[in-house]
Ligand binder design. Structure first.
Ligand SMILES: Cc1cc2nc3c(=O)[nH]c(=O)nc-3n(C[C@H](O)[C@H](O)[C@H](O)COP(=O)(O)OP(=O)(O)OC[C@H]3O[C@@H](n4cnc5c(N)ncnc54)[C@H](O)[C@@H]3O)c2cc1C
Length: 373
């Protein structure tokens, strides 16, 4: 039986970043089912930080995370956690008003350039002629998910914390003032606080502990990679997204990647790409750009897990002392992870509240269980 102050279930970006932050306050163990960290959603994302994702609350969490990503603490990582990449939102003539509304909203968070047709095609020559309006954030960031995961792991270990990989939690029980957590292989761990950062499995982990689930909804998203046309300067291309949730694409390791922005409901699982969404990605790429997708080089899918209001759930469960939720990071879990970790640290260790524009009530998981009760 291994004792600790805090057990974190889940070694994705949510669990590792919270564990790293909390390891300054006590002994923290991360229990991860897979042999490697970031095997599920955190290793399958589009790795962007930008403000066109989610709503005002998500943007505030993103803004609050940016400083950490640009200037991580000393010794956190030997490599930058991201590099500058512009994000272009493009629109057809009949989508102009929607772009106007988006511009008003996003200007509160980022400096934007409004582009006409010539400007849109200058920054992204691959788009078809019907892309005649654009908004560009030239200060968006292409994140390095590996560096973020490893940086948090390094900080955790430097502060005496531990990662237990290959440790799938299968039993959770409250004994006195502690939680006793048992893995499939029979290893046991105890601590007064359990952080549920199990991503798509967070409701399942809650059920193991006898805690009311939040009704989390995992949704599959697909990405394909393929060759760019000859002569395209990939280093200059932006992350380009349609104003509606139809298509995004960007340079990826000497090729292009694209997603049809699918949101297919799924059970928690090792998500695999479905042929329909793979074909849809290629079709939409050819519909909205001049690129011919001749051969798909690679493809993958991952789960983006949402709460009913699409805001994350961070805080203690009402009915189970010491059971802490860190779930529902949807499609923005990498770019908001520093702020989310700081929020978890504040609620668990009592450090100052780190994001003044977001209230703890807005994130409180009790908002879902209260309704259901
Ligand atoms: C295609 C795609 C594109 C995306 N693009 C972006 C983007 O551009 N920017 C952005 O910020 N975000 C993006 N996201 C979202 C982001 O990837 C997620 O929000 C984030 O990775 C969620 O992190 P997590 O740690 O909660 O989940 P995960 O990374 O899934 O980690 C949860 C971990 O819990 C473990 N676990 C589960 N059950 C147990 C158990 N019983 N015992 C032990 N361990 C357990 C799992 O093995 C897993 O490793 C994208 C996601 C996808 C799929």
């Amino acid at each position: 039986m291994t004792g600790a102050d805090i057990l974190v279930i889940g070694g994705g970006i949510a669990g590792l970043s919270a564990a790293a932050a909390l390891s300054g306050h006590g002994r923290v163990l991360v229990l991860e089912a897979e042999e490697q960290v970031g095997y599920h959603s955190s290793g399958r994302s589009a790795t962007m930080l930008h403000y066109f994702l989610g709503d005002r609350l998500v943007r505030a969490l993103t803004l609050a995370s940016r400083g950490f990503i640009e200037n991580p603490p000393d010794g956190f990582s030997d490599v930058p956690l991201g590099r500058s990449m512009p994000v272009l939102i493009h629109a057809r003539e009949d989508e102009r008003e929607v772009l106007d509304l988006l511009e008003t909203e996003i200007r509160q968070f980022a400096d934007l350039d409004r582009l006409d047709a010539a400007g849109v095609h200058e920054i992204c020559p691959l788009l078809r002629e019907d892309a005649v309006h654009g908004l560009v954030d030239r200060n968006a960031i292409r994140l390095d998910a590996h560096a973020m995961l490893q940086g948090n792991l390094r900080q955790l270990r430097n502060r005496g914390g531990e990662l237990h990989s290959g440790t799938r939690v299968s039993q959770i029980e409250r004994t006195g003032s502690s939680w006793k957590v048992t893995s499939e292989t029979g290893a046991t761990f105890t601590a007064p606080i359990v952080v549920n950062a199990a991503g798509s499995w967070a409701d399942e982990v809650a059920r193991l502990a006898g805690v009311q689930p939040l009704g989390l909804e995992p949704k599959r998203r697909t990405i394909i990679t393929f060759d760019a046309p000859a002569g395209v300067d990939l280093d200059r291309l932006p992350f380009a997204k349609t104003i509606g949730d139809e298509l995004y694409f960007a340079p990826e390791s000497g090729r292009l990647f694209a997603s049809p922005m699918d949101e297919v409901p799924s059970e928690p699982m090792d998500a695999q790409p479905d042929e329909y969404e793979v074909a849809l990605a290629a079709h939409r790429m050819e519909e909205r750009t001049t690129v011919q997708v001749r051969q798909i080089h690679s493809k993958w899918a991952g789960l983006r897990t949402f709460t009913a209001d699409r805001h994350p759930a961070v805080g203690f469960a009402a009915e189970a002392e010491g059971f802490f939720w860190l779930a529902g990071q949807g499609g923005f879990g990498l770019q908001t992870s520093p702020a989310m970790a700081a929020i978890a640290e504040s609620l668990i260790a009592g450090t100052p509240w780190p994001v003044p524009d977001v209230s703890s009530e807005a994130l409180d998981p009790v908002r879902f269980t209260r309704q259901a009760a």
